[in-house]
Design a protein around this ligand. Structure first.
Ligand code: NAD
Length: 517
């Protein structure tokens, strides 16, 4: 593997999860590594982990390139130090002011902090130009992304050297500004924050939210499984740190459910219990047996653009599709997917009057309040909501119940959904359901990051795909769904909650206008 000129020995401060992982990545790439931690038992554990994985990859011979030490002074022979100690500003400031003396320039000092200000850490040194962030993702030997964080004082040479070092480690570096959470931890915030609100407001349970996000959105892991994997303490700490550093940006406000888990000591996989209980088989929602698609007869689908792919699914299933009901032959169901919110009341009441009362009306509600829609019809007991925006993705359909809905119609709705090749997942009413809400806020957060100069759109998308394995970048998603639609979802959320947290970014408004013109 290519070496970065002049870097032979890399120092790593802190031998916990990240320090040990980064050390392993450096050993794989043939560097000498000096790994420091004040606690001998931590060093021993890290050493066992590194040896095991080197052996597994048949690279056991590289173990001799690892030196373990409890003393920071032993970092003197290194050309680059990557600090991965605890996420505490005072601790990092102290470590960097000591490293500044132990490792004179031109050695480079990097911090793996997830959320702290690299600029503030650099200010603790006499030579802040050689300080920058080098943010790996967990597990560091596996995940390809490294955010190289340009602090206010970081020199271009420092950034260039760290980029080359990341490449020499087989990683993909992206350069980001030094703003709270950098790219990935910042743009990913709504993934957790909106999921926590959905649970807190009783819209769906944690495992159903995960199921919708995974199977409907194509995410490798739902927000609850991911929080449990990361550690609820780490995740909540990142949220709290970002909230404090931004002087109370409402999008980053920590959620009481996270705090309750911390108080309970249920921190996720590492304590055996978080949102899921790992002592038992993980409580995946039951998936009913899939019947083969077999939609015979008519299906009514209104005109409108809010359920891309629905008509195709209906044709493929064998339905006769029409936007006008045939009085002689009532349809299995009627989907109302109004193109514009203003059209919805008249469309709904017209279908309500035209169809016999046993025909369920399945109304697209990613951008409208279902209870309001139900009030526009004479038979609210046959109106349920569905998320049209994500129906074309994955293999689940999110269906939204109102308390007025007549349960006797559930089998007919489920049959219609199943015949379209989708599994019905029922949730309670909440603005913008699950995926439209989470994804619109991800797109919004990405737009804010671009607006504020953290990175350009392409870099943000790359970072999210490589850093947290998103199936596509948030801005690619914005394009696919349509920025105008994303904006409409955000405005719906804003109108319902009247919280600044859902204010659409001005850049997103601009993109939506461009898309419309
Ligand atoms: P960890 O708790 O597993 O490890 C931290 C280590 O620092 C511990 O082994 C501890 O003994 C050691 N330590 C404590 N005081 C020290 C000192 N004075 N000098 C040197 N070492 C000291 O934590 P972690 O998850 O490995 O996180 C380390 C850093 O990496 C944090 O800044 C964190 O924000 C960042 N990070 C974490 C993740 C993650 O997913 N865990 C991902 C990216 C970045």
């Amino acid at each position: 593997m290519a070496d970065t000129p002049s870097i032979k020995t890399i120092g790593i401060v802190g031998a916990g999860t990240m320090g040990a992982g980064i050390a392993l990545a450096c050993l794989y790439a043939d560097y000498q590594v000096i790994l420091q931690d004040p606690f001998p038992e931590v060093l021993e554990k890290a050493s066992d982990y590194i040896k095991k994985f080197l052996d597994k990859k048949e690279q056991g011979g590289k173990f001799k390139h690892l030196t373990l030490t409890e003393k920071l002074e032993d970092m003197a022979p290194t050309q680059v130090v990557i600090e991965a100690a605890l996420e505490q500003l005072e601790l990092k400031v102290d470590v960097f002011s000591r490293l500044d003396e132990i490792c004179p320039p031109p050695a480079i000092l990097a911090t793996n902090t997830s959320t702290l200000s690299v600029t503030q850490v650099a200010a603790a040194t006499q030579h802040p130009g050689r300080v920058a962030g080098m943010h790996f993702f967990n597990p560091a030997p596996v995940l390809p992304l490294v955010e190289v964080v340009q602090a206010a004082q970081s020199s271009d040479e420092t950034i260039q050297t760290l980029k080359e070092l990341a490449e020499a480690l087989g990683k993909v570096p992206v350069v980001t500004g030094d703003t709270p959470g950098f790219i990935v931890n910042r743009v990913a915030r709504p993934f957790y924050a909106e999921a926590l609100r959905l649970l807190g407001e009783g819209v769906a349970s944690h495992n159903y939210i995960d199921m919708i996000v995974e199977r409907g959105g194509g995410f490798r892991m739902g927000p609850y499984k991911l929080m449990d994997l990361i550690g609820i303490d780490i995740n909540a700490g990142a949220m709290r740190s970002m909230y404090e550093q931004t002087h109370g940006e409402p999008r980053y406000r920590p959620h009481p459910l996270q705090m309750q888990k911390l108080q309970e000591g249920a921190l996720g996989r590492k304590t055996g219990r978080g949102f899921y209980d790992y002592a038992e088989a993980i409580d995946e929602p039951k998936v009913r047996e899939r019947k083969p698609a077999g939609g015979a007869g008519p299906l009514v689908i209104s005109e409108g653009s809010w359920a891309p792919g629905l008509e195709n699914l209906a044709y493929q299933a064998g339905y006769t599709v029409s936007s006008v009901p045939d009085p002689e032959e009532p349809p299995a169901a009627c989907f109302v997917v109004a193109g514009r919110a203003e059209e919805a009341p008249s469309l709904l009441s017209w279908y309500d009057q035209s169809l016999p009362p046993h025909v369920p009306i399945i109304a697209q509600c990613a951008d409208m309040a279902l209870s309001e829609m139900a009030a526009w019809v004479q038979h609210p007991e046959r109106v349920i909501g569905f998320d049209g925006l994500f129906l074309g993705n994955g293999d689940v359909a999110t269906l939204v119940l109102t308390p007025a809905f007549n349960d006797d119609l559930i089998p007919a709705v489920e049959l219609a959904i199943r015949s379209l090749g989708r599994e019905a997942v029922w949730i309670a009413e909440g603005p913008a359901a699950v995926l439209p809400r989470i994804v619109a806020q991800l797109v919004n957060e990405a737009a804010f990051a671009v607006l504020e100069g953290v990175a350009d759109a392409e870099t943000v998308d790359t970072a999210m795909k490589l850093g947290v394995n998103y199936p596509q970048g948030p801005l690619e998603w914005g394009l696919q769904l349509g920025y105008d639609k994303v904006l409409t979802v955000l405005e719906h959320l804003y109108a319902e909650y009247r919280e600044e947290r859902y204010r659409p970014c001005v850049l997103l408004r601009r993109w939506a206008r461009q898309a419309a013109s």
